[in-house]
Design a protein around this ligand. Structure first.
Ligand SMILES: Cc1cc2nc3c(=O)[nH]c(=O)nc-3n(C[C@H](O)[C@H](O)[C@H](O)COP(=O)(O)OP(=O)(O)OC[C@H]3O[C@@H](n4cnc5c(N)ncnc54)[C@H](O)[C@@H]3O)c2cc1C
Length: 368
């Protein structure tokens, strides 16, 4: 007999084998949300009131790790592995010094959103904002001041080891999309990691509210996110041979780049960061954020520029317009295509291996 899709199925196929991306799409967009069916416990989605589950399978279908809508997504966004389809590969940066002083790479993300807000192409953007040191919260930015507070990366903080308790670089924008005043918005941009953008795209395929108001998606390249606690800090400081509070900025390109206050720069291979990698990221196969309108990272551009895979003609026109109106400027990428392909292959191979290992382990565990 065919099993009805529900959170039970998600639990059995995704959460129990340890491959849940912990994006919280299932919890945020559960149809029976008001009935308090799902919640998050110890960082993982759980049933809190199973008897109210409507068993409509929405949580399962929109999960970035379930297979059912993959084919439809691939058809709609024309993925071609390893990096998906694109119409241009560009190195861009904002021309606004207020942005380039605080951004992560070239401030393309903040600069393009500034242009889109100024020209009323969007009325808000779902971003990650530093609420306090080591604490990022999803937010909807509606003006330039908001955008500036979100620019840059939460990895670029340094502070005494005493201040760190279970810090994660991951921010689920979905909490912002659950805001009660969401109906105030009609055109939102969303910036997110591959698991978040995939969930949004699956929701759009199924016409699930509020994905209809998302009219632009900026996908971050993402090899992995990090979990930092005191042990993680000790691991990193040992690797760097320096105190944690000597770190000035951490950035991610083809490796993990740490700039110290004394000017020294360390490069660490992203697969050499074992204890601080968010375990679920090891089971992800998408580096380049296949289904976004643009995908961005630092890899393959000169310092101070953002590498941008422009995935459709409408976005190409948008960027050209932002350049012609003085919001963005451009230089030539540096071996970007080869570098992105290499990272994408590495991530795909690691993800497929982890998926197989975890699923096999879970099946064996069930059999005993
Ligand atoms: C965890 C993580 C891993 C990454 N891994 C790589 C990598 O391996 N290789 C690589 O080349 N690039 C990677 N990137 C992308 C890169 O670090 C920059 O974010 C990207 O180049 C954009 O730079 P920018 O200067 O244009 O962005 P900025 O103008 O500084 O803006 C960045 C924007 O992204 C928003 N943001 C960040 N995280 C989230 C989130 N989770 N949800 C919503 N909004 C968010 C910020 O709030 C900000 O608005 C990663 C980014 C993150 C956050």
């Amino acid at each position: 007999m065919l099993e009805r899709l529900s959170f039970h199925t998600l639990n059995k196929e995704i959460i129990e084998p340890g491959i849940c991306a912990a994006c919280y799409g299932c919890v945020s967009f559960c149809t029976a949300n008001k009935l308090n069916v799902l919640s998050i416990e110890k960082g993982m989605p759980v049933y809190c009131d199973e008897k109210n589950c409507l068993e409509d399978g929405i949580c399962y279908l929109i999960c970035p790790r379930t297979p059912d809508l993959e084919k439809a997504l691939k058809t709609k966004y024309q993925y071609e592995e390893p990096i998906g389809s694109y119409v241009a590969l560009r190195s861009l940066r904002s021309t606004n010094k207020e942005i380039t002083d605080v951004c992560c790479d070239g401030g393309l993300v903040t600069g393009l959103l500034e242009f889109m807000l100024d020209t009323q192409r969007i009325d808000g953007a779902v971003l990650s904002k530093k609420e306090s040191l080591w604490n990022n919260e999803p937010t909807i930015a509606t003006d330039f001041k908001d955008l500036l507070k979100c620019a840059g990366s939460s990895l670029a903080q340094s502070q005494s080891i005493m201040d760190i308790e279970d810090f994660t670089t991951y921010t689920s924008g979905f909490h912002a999309l659950k805001k009660p005043n969401l109906l105030d918005y009609t055109k939102l941009a969303v910036v997110g990691t591959p698991c978040q953008i995939t969930t949004i795209r699956k929701m759009q395929l199924l016409h699930i509210i509020p994905s209809h108001i998302v009219n632009f998606t900026i996908g971050l390249f993402c090899f992995e996110n990090f979990l930092m606690n005191n042990d993680g800090v000790k691991f990193l400081t040992k690797k760097l041979g320096t105190d944690f509070d000597q770190i000035e900025k951490i950035n991610l390109k083809e490796d993990f780049i740490v700039r110290l206050k004394d000017g020294k720069v360390h490069h660490i291979d992203l697969e050499d960061l074992g204890p601080i990698i968010r375990p679920t990221c090891l089971a992800c196969i998408d580096f380049s954020n296949y289904s976004a309108d643009i995908s961005v990272g630092g890899i393959g551009s000169p310092d101070g520029y953002t590498t941008t895979l422009v995935r459709n003609q409408a976005t190409q026109r948008l960027i050209n317009l932002a350049i012609s109106q003085g919001y963005l400027e451009e230089t030539t990428p540096r071996d970007a295509l080869e570098k992105i392909k290499k990272m994408a292959e590495r991530k795909k191979n690691r993800g497929q291996k982890t998926l197989l290992e975890r699923k096999t382990k879970n099946t064996n565990h069930r059999a005993h």
